[in-house]
Design a protein around this ligand. Sequence first.
Ligand SMILES: C[C@](O)(C(=O)O)[C@H](CC(=O)O)C(=O)O
Length: 301
Amino acid sequence: MLHTRTTPAERRRAFRAQLASGRLIRMPGAVNPLSARLIQETGFEAAYLSGAVFSADLGLPDIGLTTSTELAERARQIARVCDLPLLVDADTGFGEPMNAARTVQLLEDAGVAGLHLEDQVNPKRCGHLDGKSVVPRAEMVRRVRAAVSARRDADFVIMARTDARAVEGLDAAIDRAKAYVEAGADAVFPEALADEGEFAAFRAAVGVPLLANMTEFGKGRLLTAQALTDLGYNIALYPVTLLRLAMGAVEDGLRTLAAEGTQAALLPRMQTRSRLYELLDYEAYSSFDSGVFDFTLGPGD
Ligand SMILES: C[C@](O)(C(=O)O)[C@H](CC(=O)O)C(=O)O
């Protein structure tokens, strides 16, 4: 049946081990629980819950309109069916340091492996847009400290994201990252770096695992997994890739359906019924229903 074979604690340990290994973790953003399952089947090491994707899925821009409980519920739905460590975009922590602390506990309870908190002010912006503002460094330090102190499982990863590069420049962003690490951040997400030189400078200056955001149509070039490995980065993030792919296919398909009055021409581009059922482990539910009350049955059993 469609459920995980691993516990949240195991997935947190696995994420810690991945980060410590020095190998690049490739992390696509799930659109929903089912696509997280596909990320797992395709052989990726970890999955991401993007604020941009989650907001867009609700028909909202990514400007801090969603709530921590809404996000935690989506995270829980994904963590229930995906054995990969899940990293969650917790934006600014949803308020004051106390709110960031509560967000950590909500996401721990949801079964995820870690979150990132950023130093933007609310209303936040996409990291690759202009017009961002950041809170004073001391305020973000308090946010990180609160998050770290709230965590109950020491393996839960707290990553600090800094948006300061676009606002205060590279050196200030590096200084902030160092302060966040001192405050207890396990890893850093330097947002919207301009080029490989900046990625390298960040790597040389900051001694914890680093995430590289490979979002499309943003400020930076799309670097390959090999290039990011060579730069010494630990996570290659593809936050909105699946949503963009899916929405592109949906738009094209709707146009064809409207124009042709039938979806027949679209069939070769669709996931088939049998492939969908395979993903959902449909068979195991049928066996269960016919009296084989075995919850451990699942894909590959
Ligand atoms: C990483 C990010 O915060 C996200 O919500 O996925 C976004 C991605 C995007 O809007 O392209 C970001 O601010 O980079």
